[in-house]
Design a protein around this ligand. Structure first.
Ligand code: FMN
Length: 342
């Protein structure tokens, strides 16, 4: 038995395998109303038919002004729930579980009607706008928006929730010395994430795992490093996050010098080793033998596949075939995956 196809059970989440579809913005909302549409339905259900154990739906914003673009998914209104519910119910029919990645883009909210908001009035880079620094009361209102976003995700039938704390969006902006120069309690950089975690936990069932995607390193020498992230992650874990989905960068124009298969895996392994919590590894793991080795070496509990799954919706089934595992496809497709095609 390969590790990729071992079931994963944590709290109330039961996955048939350890393959997650990585959250990927589709920028495909038609009416600017945040609701998933026919594109999202086809996109997500194909990956469920394709065998992924967990589908993490793309960055979904908890406030309209927290969107990267007006084509983002949104979960700021109860009226958005049924459109998610319909897709999630169908994904479940194909044996996959569903998470929603909830988020606020902060200073990267390119389509905010007014000025985008952020911990401090520091722009990401040209040509982004200089954001407005949130007042303490406004930060508390955003925390509340995360609470309601999580409540709606549960109402939509999500099996788990991921907070987007990576790639330079609002939670990351608070964590980073590059973007947080506050002098109220949120100047203690993990404090915003801690309050978001507590607010979200109070909106979801106790048995529902809560993940947070983090950027383990910022690459920019003025940002935080891995040791500092590990310290912060400890506090986030104490606040109620169950596990981490470990990415990197995005809060500075400075990026990784070199990328190669599995380049972010050592960060995931370090968080797992030091905090003893489940972790998801991501980044150029589309060669299924590389993904399998990450799991078999105990470096992560799940692997997230992004572009590999855009290219091949049936990535998980193809991996099963390559690795000699039993392929679980709908009966209509059995002949394509049968060992003996004769
Ligand atoms: C089209 C696209 C959209 C993305 N959108 C998101 C997103 O909504 N949230 C997120 O955390 N990462 C996002 N990412 C990053 C991916 O989830 C993933 O971490 C990254 O592509 C590296 O994994 P890969 O090498 O398997 O593609 C996006 C990536 C792509 C290619």
């Amino acid at each position: 038995m390969t590790q990729l196809f071992e079931p994963f059970v944590y709290k109330g989440l039961h996955l048939k395998n350890r393959i997650m579809m990585s959250p990927m913005c589709q920028y495909s909302v038609s009416e600017g109303d945040g609701r998933p549409n026919a594109w999202h339905q086809t996109h997500y259900i194909s990956r469920a038919v394709g065998g992924a154990g967990l589908i993490m739906m793309e960055m979904t914003d908890v406030l309209a002004d927290g969107r990267i673009s007006v084509q983002d998914l949104g979960i700021w209104d109860d009226g958005q729930v049924p459109a998610f519910r319909s897709i999630i119910d169908q994904i479940h029919e194909y044996g996959a579980k569903v998470g929603i990645q909830i988020a606020h883009a902060g200073r990267k909210a390119e389509s905010a009607e007014l000025r985008p908001v952020a911990p401090s009035a520091i722009r990401f880079a040209e040509p982004y706008r200089v954001p407005k620094a949130l007042t303490t009361a406004e930060v508390e209102a955003v925390v509340e928006a995360f609470h309601h976003g999580a409540r709606r995700a549960v109402a939509a039938g999500a099996d788990t929730i991921e907070l987007h704390g990576a790639h330079g969006y609002l939670i990351h902006q608070f964590l980073s010395p590059l973007s947080n120069r506050r002098d109220d309690r949120f100047g203690d950089r993990p404090q915003f994430a801690i309050e978001v975690i507590q607010a979200v936990r109070s909106a979801i069932p106790a048995q529902m795992p809560l993940w947070m995607r983090i950027s383990a390193v910022e690459y920019d020498p003025r940002g935080y490093d891995l040791d500092q992230m590990v310290q912060m992650a400890r506090r986030l874990s104490d606040a109620g996050v169950d596990g981490f989905d470990v990415s990197s960068g995005g809060n500075s124009v400075v990026g990784a010098d070199r990328v190669y298969p599995g380049y972010q895996v050592p960060y995931a392994a370090r968080i797992k080793r030091d905090l003893k919590v489940p972790v998801i590894a991501v980044g150029m793991l589309e060669d299924c033998r590389v993904a399998e080795s990450v799991l078999s070496r105990g470096e992560a509990d799940l692997v997230a596949i992004g572009r590999g799954m855009l290219a091949d919706p049936y990535w998980a089934n193809s991996a099963a075939l390559s690795l000699g595992e039993r392929v679980q496809v709908p009966r209509q497709y059995h002949r394509a995956f049968a060992e003996d095609k004769g």
